[in-house]
Design a binder for this molecule. Structure first.
Ligand SMILES: [Zn+2]
Length: 571
């Protein structure tokens, strides 16, 4: 490709619409342009990168018996009504009608469509396992699309669905996908860490997210440097850790007036206490039934854990009227002493001596509240949001906090969709059985953005060779010099003949401009042809990642490039 012909409109200035480095660089390097909020046109360089990532994914999916299909973007409402998600999806779903008034959506995901496909075709256990995948656009009408490809309304995803005859089969499919994902991200030149995650509303109990740890990430991750445990903040397990026996004895329970003092911070300031001396009492309705949840003052309740623990469908904070009815006080003064609803407490509450609690009375708190003597807890459980510094649930070392970009997720669905949609097959013993399913996604664009977040410098993108749009750019310092031009075209043809992806910068521009563009776009290797080195029969080979410059005889350039490309990684 000749640079003069390449449609890669680079920008010197950072576009104001872009906050994240990856977003800025994808616009500046001419990889893509915004067409509407959260929707992008990929320009030639950007699409080449996308296609390379897709090809790596395709190879690894095929290697685990994945078979590629392509499902439509537009999906009929009926299958979503069968699974119960037509209403559940809410405003995030793009909906449309055809000329006959029939309802459709733009697929936000494809579980329903694939289940509908397989249920009418696959009848016998002999046809299982079946692993089908596609690389297709998805649509989610995000409230706030942002960060370029990180959170778009249209995005490219690889989604695989596995159909197995039993849990054991699902396990095999799940771990095959898990290990394929490890290989995919490694081949794309980015470290993505499998992180235990919560399965949320999708069902099933085992799921891992693949996270690229980066400041730009929207997710919170806790991980242990010692044993490798990693989980997202919703999932991370809290430990029932016996704290050192507190000094001092149980003091007499006492009511203190705390006029207009209701938050933990206010109470602490007013009573000269620390948040860890306080117990937060939160009143919830679990499927309409009032319960109280207790956490230490410096901890946050994890509602996902509480809902799971109570095994309820709907968990919501109680409204003001309910709080007044149950505690006898307005919001902000609830406490465990004398409260007549089930009390569920996080483990850490066990170890608080002489706690500060709400008095269930307006403008009053109790000090020196102690477990067993002053209040009883129905049951202790892991209910808090784990924080950096908390002990690792596997080895006890302190957990570190980090930000993560979720680039993939593997998920055991079990029989949620097959049961809801009547997708069954005949077992060996002739019994109709629902398929046991898994689903496995990778955000293709988001992976590219994550790679850039981890591979750039002040001058631009530093592509890993495996997904670079082109491998080499040849830059003659002056195209007005026939000797340089001739040498440049000769090398260009030689590299092309050798199957190396190469761009020749044939523009009549100052060398500084050409070098800047080469660095911004991030070609892994630049060959500079200047008058002085050419007189000596040499060219300069510049490695983008390290900026290392090698002067080499013209005749050995191809071999040197080959060696770098075959090495896979720039030193
Ligand atoms: Zn650990």
């Amino acid at each position: 490709m000749l640079m003069s012909q390449l449609y890669a409109p680079t920008l010197r200035e950072t576009p104001s619409e872009a906050e994240l480095v990856s977003h800025q660089l994808m616009l500046r390097a001419g990889l893509m342009r915004r067409s509407a909020s959260g929707m992008y046109t990929f320009l030639p360089l950007g699409l080449r990168v996308i296609r390379k990532v897709e090809q790596i994914i395709r190879e690894e999916m095929n290697a685990i018996m994945g078979q590629e299909v392509l499902m439509p973007i537009v999906q009929p409402a009926e299958i979503w009504q069968e699974s119960g998600r037509w209403d559940e999806y809410g405003d995030e779903m793009f909906r449309l009608k055809d000329r006959n008034g029939r309802q459709f959506c733009l697929g936000p995901t494809h579980e329903e469509l694939i289940t509908a496909l397989v249920r009418s075709e696959v009848r016998s256990y002999r046809q299982l396992p079946l692993r089908l995948y596609q690389i297709q656009n998805k649509y989610r009408d995000e409230i706030r699309p942002r960060f370029g490809l990180m959170r778009g309304r249209e995005f490219i995803m690889k989604d695989m669905y596995s159909f197995d005859k039993d849990e054991e089969g699902l396990d095999a499919s799940y771990w095959a996908a898990y290990h394929a994902y490890e290989r995919i991200f490694k081949r794309c030149g980015v470290e993505a860490r499998p992180v235990e995650a919560d399965s949320g509303a999708i069902g099933g109990d085992v799921t891992h997210e693949f996270m690229v740890l980066a400041e730009a990430g929207e997710d919170s991750v806790l991980h242990c440097l010692k044993c490798g445990y990693a989980a997202n903040v919703e999932r991370a397990e809290g430990v029932d850790r016996k704290l050192p026996a507190p000094n001092g004895e149980k003091q007499p329970l006492q009511e203190v007036a705390t006029p207009q003092v209701s938050t933990i911070a206010q109470v602490c300031a007013f009573l000269n206490k620390e948040p860890q001396d306080c117990i937060k009492t939160l009143i919830y309705l679990a499927d309409g039934r009032p319960v109280a949840a207790l956490v230490r003052g410096d901890h946050n309740l994890n509602e996902i854990k509480l809902r799971k623990f109570l095994n309820c469908d709907v968990l919501e904070l109680a409204d003001e009227d309910t709080i007044v009815r149950i505690t006898g006080a307005p919001v902000g003064f609830a406490g465990p002493v004398g409260l007549d609803v089930p009390l569920y407490a996080d483990y850490a509450v066990k170890y608080i001596l002489n706690a500060v609690v709400g008095a269930n009375k307006q403008d009053a708190h109790l000090i020196n509240a102690n477990l067993d003597r002053d209040f009883q807890v129905t049951e202790f459980a892991d209910l808090r949001e784990v924080q950096p510094g908390d002990p690792c649930p596997r080895c006890g070392d302190a957990l570190e906090g980090a930000r993560g970009i979720e680039v993939g997720q593997v998920f055991k669905l079990g029989t949620k969709y097959s049961k809801a949609m009547g997708a069954t097959f005949l077992q060996e013993n002739g019994v109709e059985t629902p398929f046991v399913m898994g689903c496995y996604g990778i955000g293709v664009g988001r992976t590219v953005a994550a790679v850039i977040e981890k591979n750039h410098d002040a001058d631009g993108i530093i592509w890993p060779i495996s997904i670079a749009p082109y491998h080499v750019i040849i830059v003659p310092v002056s195209v007005k010099d026939p000797a340089q031009t001739e040498a440049a075209y000769k090398l260009y043809q030689e590299l092309q003949a050798a199957g190396i992806e190469v761009v020749l910068d044939d523009r009549d521009e100052r060398p500084g401009v050409k070098f800047k563009d080469a660095d911004l776009i991030g070609f892994p290797i630049r060959v500079t042809i200047g008058p002085k080195s050419l007189e000596k029969g040499e060219m300069e080979l510049v490695i983008r990642r390290t900026k290392e410059v090698r002067s080499l005889p013209v005749g050995s350039i191809l071999a040197a490039i080959r060696e770098i490309l075959e090495g896979g990684e720039q030193e």
